[in-house]
Design a protein around this ligand. Structure first.
Ligand code: GLP
Length: 241
């Protein structure tokens, strides 16, 4: 079941997401599931601004990231490790030991998948932040990923590589071909999920997630079975609903 919020623009999407985030991070020892991509950047900016203005502490926060590219080092400027530090972690006071990001540069990727999933199983994510790919992927769970998948290595689709080429000098050849990602079953264990999407290029994927048949062809459609999902959209992303 989805709670759907449709707003005028990207900034208002971020504001709605921040409202939910703030209610989670100010209680107890929150566990956050975090995403990369352009969709959550506005939310992350508001979290940092709130910490700077109101002194909101993140000392007790634990985070798990969804995914990471395989084949580029951690300190590569387009790794998700770098993205998260530049866009969020450097502006907050989360202890480094509480931050979990899967390694795409591990020698044994099967072992990395197993140990990341094991770390995930130690806790329950209170709030999972998700973007959605134009092909309906969440994390890097591309179309065809089984609904019962846990952390695994995945091959990126042409569509995803071409969508993400803008971060690699517009050159699809520079976009890694593989990634490590939390699985769909790993994501579904979260207590609460927010999905952020803006722009017309997301309208079909948003439609598939909410109104389409539940199918592995649209990985985000698994969320139809989750009891607490809020989808926050601008008008363009909501245009097919
Ligand atoms: C990326 C990430 C996803 C993200 C999605 C949408 O490839 N792996 O976690 O949600 O694609 O990205 P964006 O928000 O930039 O549109």
């Amino acid at each position: 079941m989805f709670n759907i919020i449709i707003t005028e623009n990207y900034d208002l999407v971020a504001s709605e997401a921040f409202r939910i985030m703030k209610s989670v991070v100010t209680k107890g020892e929150p566990v956050l599931g975090l995403a990369t991509g352009s969709s959550p950047i506005g939310l992350y900016k508001k979290m940092i601004a709130d910490r700077n203005t109101n002194g909101t502490s993140y000392k007790k926060v634990v985070t798990y990231n969804l995914d990471e590219y395989i084949g580029i080092p951690r300190d590569h400027d387009q790794s998700y490790w770098t993205f998260m530090h530049e866009n969020l972690f450097d502006g907050l006071n989360i202890p480094e030991a509480n931050i979990h990001i899967p390694r795409g540069d591990a020698e044994d990727m099967e072992e990395e998948c197993r140990s990341y999933e094991e770390k995930l199983q130690e806790r329950v994510i209170d709030l999972q932040v998700l973007g959605i790919g134009s092909d309906g992927h969440i994390g890097f769970n591309e179309p065809g990923t089984p609904f019962d998948s846990v952390t695994h290595v995945t091959e990126l689709t042409q569509q995803t590589r071409s969508d993400n080429a803008r971060f690699f000098d517009g050159d699809i050849e520079k976009v890694p071909e593989k990634a490590i990602t939390m699985g769909l079953a790993s994501i579904m264990r979260a207590r609460q999920i927010i999905v952020l999407a803006t722009g017309a290029s997301k309208a079909d994927a948003v439609y598939g997630m909410i109104k389409g048949p539940q199918s592995e062809e649209c990985p985000a459609s698994i969320l139809q079975d989750h009891s607490h999902v809020t989808v926050i959209l601008d008008k363009a992303a909501a245009s097919r609903l």
